[in-house]
Design a protein. Structure first.
Length: 240
């Protein structure tokens, strides 16, 4: 109310202070302040409320109000009653852009199907003393049949477990074959992960399975049987 009165009356704080300092002491006591509020129509307060108000304004606690104390009090009132600026900034205007037409991606070329890997259960057997790669190369480099025979004897019927990619299926031929191989099919192909070619004689009981196995990768266990010197290929027998 005091701040509003000063604004409406166009009085400065100094002029207002001088007008209510009745004894020209440079300070306003509670009585002078009570009379000033009443005569200006600001408020008609009882003495105890006026004393409480003076105590709030009286910064140096001498029981009276001087000009700087009144100036500070009115400034605080004006700051408290002035409208605060909004803390929030206005949201930026969102301008919608025309969406570009969606372009459907070209379908990726279908990957060629990988050869089917066929695994079979094998029983625990004794492995050969020479790995398959070395065996084939030793047989291929041997100059005489006696050398090849000695190499075959050295592995003593040991077995090999490996995978081949089947390049062809043919009827099994040979003399002195075991009963389970007679009338069967043989798989020709390269050992997976190596450069050697082998022929695997399969059991006749699996003839129907062999009809559509070309192009597949099959994992199996077989023993070395003989060396085809003309084809430079190791012929092997599947273990039943």
């Amino acid at each position: 109310m005091l701040s509003e009165y000063l604004s409406n009356s166009e009085q400065s704080i100094y002029q207002f202070f001088k007008s209510i300092d009745l004894d020209d002491s440079g300070k306003i006591d509670a009585y002078e302040f009570q009379m000033a509020l009443k005569e200006t129509g600001i408020a008609d307060l009882p003495p105890w409320e006026t004393s409480s108000l003076v105590a709030v304004i009286d910064a140096d606690n001498d029981g009276q109000i001087n000009l700087p104390e009144l100036d500070i009090a009115i400034a605080k009132i004006r700051n408290a009653t002035s409208p605060k600026e909004s803390d929030s900034e206005p949201e930026p205007e969102v301008i919608e852009q025309e969406s570009e037409p969606e372009v459907e991606p070209e379908p990726e070329p279908e990957a060629e199907p990988e050869p089917e890997v066929i695994q079979e259960e094998v029983r625990v057997i004794e492995e050969a003393s020479i790995n398959l790669h070395d065996l084939v190369h030793q047989l291929g480099e041997a100059r005489f049949a006696s050398e090849r025979s000695a190499i075959m004897d050295s592995i003593d019927g040991g077995a090999y477990n490996f995978s081949i990619e089947v390049s062809g299926v043919e009827r099994t031929l040979g003399i002195g074959l075991d009963e389970y191989l007679r009338g069967g099919r043989s798989l020709a192909g390269n050992v997976v992960g190596d450069d050697i070619e082998v022929l695997i004689r399969m059991p006749s009981s699996r003839n129907e399975e062999m009809e559509n196995i070309k192009g597949s990768v099959i994992e199996l266990t077989a023993t070395a049987s003989d060396w085809n010197n003309l084809r430079k290929r190791l012929d092997m027998n599947h273990i039943e």
